[in-house]
Design a protein around this ligand. Structure first.
Ligand SMILES: *Cc1c(COP(=O)(O)O)cnc(C)c1O
Length: 388
């Protein structure tokens, strides 16, 4: 047989060297846009969906499929769909369910970009949205119409950590034939599993606690198989596929979720307990403090802690941020293993008019802490030194 030309050998390099009889402990990253099939019958089964298989990157990689199985398992749902970002997942979930003429009820405190999606994008498609205080069930109920299809809330809100009563909201939505969608990003399934309390859809930015190290971007929507199938159709057509690398990175982070969340929750509670007694701190927002407006409901729904998020109004916030430089970075995201600070007034809530920000309790002195997993003595030492 004539040896192949170098061009041929180069194009096929590595393909003959697959190890047989050994399985890597860590799933490899499948960085391939397309998959090869041995015959038309196998390809036909893959295309019909009869046999789960990857065939083209945009339709999903093995890494994404592994992450979907893992996250559906953790949230206790039938199925999951991972996406390129939290926003891609939320968009696919809502667009999968809604059509022109439908109505949505949503908490006014939802994540800023989710708010913009609901307030500016859905109305362009003829979908109306009413914003409510999700902690007031009577207000939620009053906002429902005959055309309401979805109620969308967050299990812990940004940045003031309000805690809507998810079981009560599920009852309200179901009584009106609507679905309850819960963004569980701030909690993670390690401390709260909305599907177990009646939620139909559970979304996450996996860029936060699920991956946990500020190094991967992605999103997920978990729920019943038929709802996830509808969201998947939208996502694939809109092109919001997660990269194989980000799915793989998230899986590596996910392995320590339980340990991390225990540390985040314990540290955040300890930081809240210290800040609340400090003379330079005017207010602390954390569901584990007895003066939190939903303290009792929160303790009932979150027996394992609240994760690492809290907010505090601090005298001379700019000085506090400067004093922490080099130890606790000012970084407008959350859920890293190291503690970070963010400034809702100038970042997440910047698009809101000043009066509206103040009405919600967001002042220029309010800082949000994403409490990490550092040694609690070191962390409290840094915070107290900066306050003094
Ligand atoms: C970050 C975040 C999102 C958006 O996720 P991306 O991955 O940044 O697109 C949605 N909801 C909440 C609560 C978030 O914190």
């Amino acid at each position: 047989m004539t040896p192949y030309d170098l061009t041929t050998r180069a194009a096929r390099a590595g393909e003959e060297a697959r190890p047989a009889g050994s399985t890597p402990l860590v799933e490899p990253i499948y960085q391939s846009t397309v998959y090869a099939f041995p015959d038309l019958e196998t390809l036909d089964r893959a295309m019909s969906g009869e046999e789960p298989a990857s065939f083209y990157y945009r339709n999903g990689t093995p890494n994404a499929a592994t992450l979907e199985r893992a996250l559906a398992g953790l949230e206790g749902t039938e199925a999951a769909l991972v996406a390129a970002s939290g926003m891609a997942a939320i968009s696919a979930a809502l667009l999968g369910l809604l059509k022109t003429g439908d109505h949505v009820v949503a908490d006014a405190r939802v994540y800023g970009v989710t708010y913009a999606l609901l307030a500016e994008e859905l109305p362009r498609l003829g979908i109306e949205v009413s914003f409510v205080d999700a902690c007031d069930p009577a207000e939620v109920e009053a906002a429902f119409r005959d055309t309401t299809r979805v109620l969308h809330v967050e299990s812990l809100t940004n940045p003031l950590m309000t805690v809507p009563d998810v079981p009560a909201l599920a009852q309200i939505a179901h009584a009106r034939g609507a679905l309850l969608s819960v963004d569980n990003t701030f909690a993670s399934p390690a401390v709260f599993r909305p599907a177990g309390h009646g939620a139909d859809l559970v979304t996450h930015s996996v860029s936060k606690y699920l991956s946990g190290h500020s190094a991967a971007l992605g999103g997920v929507v978990c729920g019943r198989a038929d709802l996830i199938a509808q969201a998947r159709t939208r996502l694939l057509r809109l092109g919001g596929t997660i990269s194989a690398f980000d799915a793989w990175m998230t899986l590596q982070g996910l392995k320590t979720l339980g340990l991390r969340m225990r540390a985040h929750s314990g540290n955040a509670q300890a930081v809240a307990d210290v800040l609340v007694n400090h003379p330079r701190v005017r207010a602390v927002y954390h569901p584990g403090l007895s003066d939190h407006p939903q303290f009792h409901r929160a303790m009932e729904l979150f027996p394992d802690g609240f994760g690492g998020m809290l907010a505090a109004e601090i005298e001379d916030a700019p000085g506090f941020v400067r004093a922490l430089a080099g130890r606790i970075p000012l970084a407008p995201s959350l859920a890293d293993v190291m503690t970070t600070l963010s400034w809702p007034w100038g970042t997440s809530h910047r698009p809101l008019p000043e009066g509206e920000r103040r009405r919600l309790g967001i002042t220029p002195e309010l800082l949000r802490l994403s409490v990490g997993i550092e040694d609690i003595g070191d962390l409290l030492g840094d915070l107290e030194a900066a306050l003094d």
